[in-house]
Design a protein around this ligand. Structure first.
Ligand code: SAM
Length: 249
């Protein structure tokens, strides 16, 4: 992907207003003009997806639901494992990104991957049927993210695994051992991403930690293309379902 393609995406992201009466309409207003360039550009700044996805226990026969899957690009990180899985469900609301996912499935000739256009904060595919549920850079775009996590938890089998990668900001007083971010850094990145309806949140990581048994966390900061400073905070998280949660913290 060259400079010209990057400029086209940056124009869409920075100068076009997002319009629409529903969440689905707003997502497609944002993504449709850049769908064909999505993978090339996002590969450069949606950090930590490969690290999280390749750490998942994708055992032969497993069922994986990727929630807010976009173009389904996460499957490329583990492409050799896909035919060994029982089924992969790719769920997203954006028709334009799911068109790319459809082409990817056809290209690989994957017969065990299905696409569903739905709102992941409203759809329950079935109770306790999945081994793995993932949200990669989707939680920050889902208004009812807590409901999306609750539904993912219900869809997971007992001791099923959730994997998340996303941008975030730390709480003012983070849990012991968790990263701290200056208030300027938090204010800047919240403002920067909110223009595109990407809502960086202090509570995503603590919420995951309260509702799952944490297996792995990585909190890092890296620059994004064309913005050399400051670095944006992102995390990778893997946790195990441990029965019904009692906390709503
Ligand atoms: C930044 S993209 C990430 C896509 C993909 N997971 C990746 O890593 O490239 C966020 C995705 O979340 C989807 N999304 C946002 N809100 C959603 C919702 N309520 N239900 C389903 N998908 C949603 C968007 O359509 C978009 O595909």
């Amino acid at each position: 992907m060259g400079l010209w393609d990057d400029m086209k995406v940056l124009y869409e992201v920075n100068f076009k207003s997002i319009r629409g009466n529903t969440h689905a309409e707003r997502l497609d207003c944002f993504y449709a003009p850049q769908a064909s360039l999505y993978d090339g550009f996002r590969e450069k700044f949606l950090h930590g997806r490969r690290e999280m996805i390749t750490k998942l226990p994708l055992e032969p026969g497993a069922i994986w639901i990727d929630l807010g899957c976009g173009t389904g690009s996460n499957l490329e990180y583990v492409a050799e494992k896909i035919p060994t899985l029982k089924h992969v469900y790719l769920v997203d609301l954006s028709a334009s990104l799911l068109e790319i996912a459809k082409k990817r499935i056809a290209h690989h000739n994957w017969t065990n991957v299905s696409i569903l256009r739905d709102d992941v904060s409203k759809c329950l595919l079935a109770e306790a049927f999945a081994d793995i549920a993932t949200f990669s850079y989707s939680l920050t775009m889902i208004p009812d993210w807590f409901q999306a996590i609750a539904l993912a938890q219900r869809m997971l089998k007992p001791s099923g695994v959730i994997g998340v990668a996303d941008f975030y900001v730390a709480r003012k007083y983070p849990d012991p051992g968790r990263a701290k971010h200056s208030r300027w850094l938090k204010a800047w990145w919240k403002y920067f991403f909110a223009r595109d309806n990407v809502m960086l949140n202090e509570d995503h990581l603590p919420f995951l930690e309260r509702h799952f048994q944490t297996e792995w966390i990585e909190e890092l900061q890296r620059t994004i293309p064309y913005i050399p400073f400051p670095k944006v905070p992102y995390y990778g998280y893997i946790g195990k379902k441990v029965g019904e949660s009692s906390s709503s913290n």
